[in-house]
Ligand binder design. Structure first.
Ligand code: GCW
Length: 603
């Protein structure tokens, strides 16, 4: 297939990075030369590892900094803009991509084909393509790659055991790009080795992990650490032994501490066996309820990784209160580039505005690291949809500098990838999240989606299920009251946000039904009733999707990208219509209120 090895935003670098190059400085020299940039590369051990600066004709930088500087110089040349002055360095030390790849070659929530490195329960990859991946990550400043699913299925346990030499060979491919390997581990793994328990306070368990850590770092000296999903959606964890998550995480943290390793501990802990009849349990409260009492108990090399919102990567959620409430714990925010709930890389949904909004509600210094679930796969264009590449690109740019403007990032990607169509594409992509939100989950309504698969509308899909994801629409009202009078969730926020979200008069429209249960005749700030607004938004979203398709058809895009994008756009238009009609019919049947404009609602 054309483009097989090339993400479009790097098309100014046609030659692959040769296998003989082993350090970021060597790669930097190679890339600058092929971009025709005459700059001397000087690695400065005194500079921090990832910093760089251009002084005259000399690019000074730390170990990986020289490579980041080289890519910035190349971008500046391509985009015809100045190179930033002074010392440049990333805001966060760890800028991570978490892949949910299984060793059988499937990718959980993957929409870009099969795994790039696993097949048939073993490593299976083209080294050239992995080097290209390293280059792609480094070019946008990403520096940690977790290669296996947080749901660790056999034989992925072997990655830190029998398969360790293969794991180390894979890590070596990424090393010239300053990308460090991380692995998801199974908290109960010692039990496969004759130890009858995984209790974190048991010395045999501690010794087992300490011995594994030693073996790993011996073979992979720059290994980053472990990613752990414990006591979450049936994964094993410390709760089985009556231990806290601080006790569980610290046990692993102490095993990796001698090597300056990290434990990235996911906070996605909630009751996934809820009874829908029970209104006393409110899933968004779960993480804060679990972790606030532990604030201050985690070792310094534990990073508690929290999803950006309190639910699970919905098209719109408020910032997770856990990230605002913990002051004595190192935290990371986790976004999802894989478009599980945001269109499966069929529908366009450029996520840069989601990253940007997050940093409007938290000062970047409130967290120590940033992560995203990967949207990569073995498809010829890496991302399924050729434009889904923009999400990895923009994530990297914003992880490097959280204050980066989202539209600027999208425009940069469009100009580098499709220079002849860049402005129109920037327009489409910058609106795409808002459009997707309008036709799917407007006003903070979540979860009206087909269960399991998470594509397409189904307002009843999760309503009587055990996942804690309800809208509780009745003939009069919809939404959950999360104020003090309701579930009390809003009280997990700092006072200013409590006040903003707690009152329907000040709560942003986009989050209204997340925080409030409102009658259909509730009058919105713009004078429309809630029910009319629901109808209007769904009509508007589907209409905008149709207009986007028209604009896209007229764009001068190269093949095969054009055919692929148009094919997916047709599916998006059909999906948007389906959402519009299912959701509008659902509410019309319940409420009996007609559309004020007499548009078609199918009963
Ligand atoms: O929303 C859920 C996804 C699961 C995923 C989980 C998680 C990896 O549907 O597929 O499991 O989130 O984040 O752990």
């Amino acid at each position: 297939m054309p483009n097989d090895l090339h993400p479009a935003w790097l098309s100014c670098l046609p030659a692959p990075v040769p296998a003989e190059l082993t350090t970021p400085a060597e790669v930097a020299v190679f890339e600058l030369r092929q971009a025709g940039i005459d700059v001397e590369v000087r690695e400065q051990p005194a500079l921090s590892r990832e910093a760089w600066s251009l002084q005259g004709n000399i690019l000074h930088g730390g170990h990986a900094g020289v490579l980041y500087g080289a890519y910035e110089l190349i971008r500046a040349k391509e985009l015809n803009r100045p190179v930033p002055g002074g010392l440049c360095k990333p805001y966060y030390d760890a800028r991570m991509i978490d892949c949910w790849d299984n060793m059988d070659g499937t990718v959980e929530r993957g929409y870009a084909g099969r795994s790039l490195w696993f097949e048939g329960n073993r490593f299976s990859y083209d080294p050239a393509r992995i080097r290209q991946l390293g280059r792609m990550l480094a070019s946008v400043g990403l520096n940690v790659l977790c290669i296996n699913n947080v749901n660790v299925h056999q034989p992925a346990q072997e990655l830190i055991d029998g398969l360790l030499p293969e794991t180390a060979a894979f890590a070596a491919l990424l090393r010239p790009f300053g990308v460090r390997l991380m692995l998801s581990v199974d908290f109960s793994q010692p039990m496969q080795h004759g130890i009858p328990t995984a209790d974190p306070l048991d010395p045999r368990v501690q010794a087992w992990w300490a011995e594994r850590a030693k073996a790993i770092w011996e073979q992979i000296p720059d290994f980053y650490g472990f990613l752990v999903k414990a006591d979450s959606e049936h994964r094993p964890g410390p709760f089985t032994y009556g231990r806290s998550h601080a006790e569980g995480a610290n046990m692993l943290a102490r095993a990796v501490a001698p090597y300056k390793g990290f434990v990235v501990w996911r906070a996605f802990v909630y009751n996934c066996q809820q009874d829908w009849r029970d209104h006393s349990v409110d899933r968004p409260c779960a993480a804060c309820d679990t972790y606030l009492p532990l604030d201050g108990q985690f070792d310094l090399n534990v990073i508690l990784q929290v999803k950006n919102g309190p639910y699970d990567f919905q098209i719109r959620e408020p910032i997770s209160p856990t990230l605002l409430a913990l002051h004595k714990t190192c935290t990371a925010v986790e976004f999802q580039l894989a478009q599980e709930y945001t269109g499966h890389q069929i529908d366009l949904c450029a996520l840069a505005p989601v990253f940007h909004e997050f940093f409007e509600d938290i000062h970047p210094s409130g967290i120590v690291a940033i992560a995203a679930v990967s949207n990569l796969g073995r498809d010829w264009n890496w991302f399924g949809h050729p434009f889904a590449a923009a999400n990895l690109f923009c994530f990297g740019r914003i992880a490097w500098n959280p204050r980066e403007d989202p539209v600027t990032c999208i425009r940069e990607w469009a100009r580098l990838s499709y220079p002849d169509a860049a402005e129109a594409l920037t327009g489409i992509l910058s609106r795409s999240r808002a459009v997707y939100e309008l036709y799917t989950g407007t006003l903070g309504q979540c979860w009206m989606v087909n269960p399991h698969e998470h594509y397409g509308p189904n307002p009843g899909g999760y309503e009587f299920d055990r996942w804690g994801t309800y809208h509780r629409a009745s003939r009069d009202a919809v939404g959950i009251d999360r104020t003090a009078a309701g579930t009390g969730y809003v009280s997990q926020y700092p006072p200013e946000l409590q006040a903003r979200y707690g009152d329907p008069g000040t709560c942003p429209d986009e989050l209204l039904l997340f925080f409030h249960r409102l009658r259909y005749d509730f009058v919105m700030r713009d004078g429309r009733t809630l029910i009319q607004r629901i109808y209007d938004d769904h009509f508007a979203g589907a209409e905008e999707a149709e207009k986007m398709a028209e604009v896209l058809k007229a764009l001068p895009l190269p093949e095969p990208d054009r055919t692929e994008a148009l094919k997916r756009m047709d599916l998006q238009v059909a999906n948007a219509r389906e959402w519009r009609d299912v959701i509008n019919t659902f509410f019309h049947r319940l409420s009996g209120v007609d559309d004020a404009h007499g548009r078609t609602i199918y009963d």
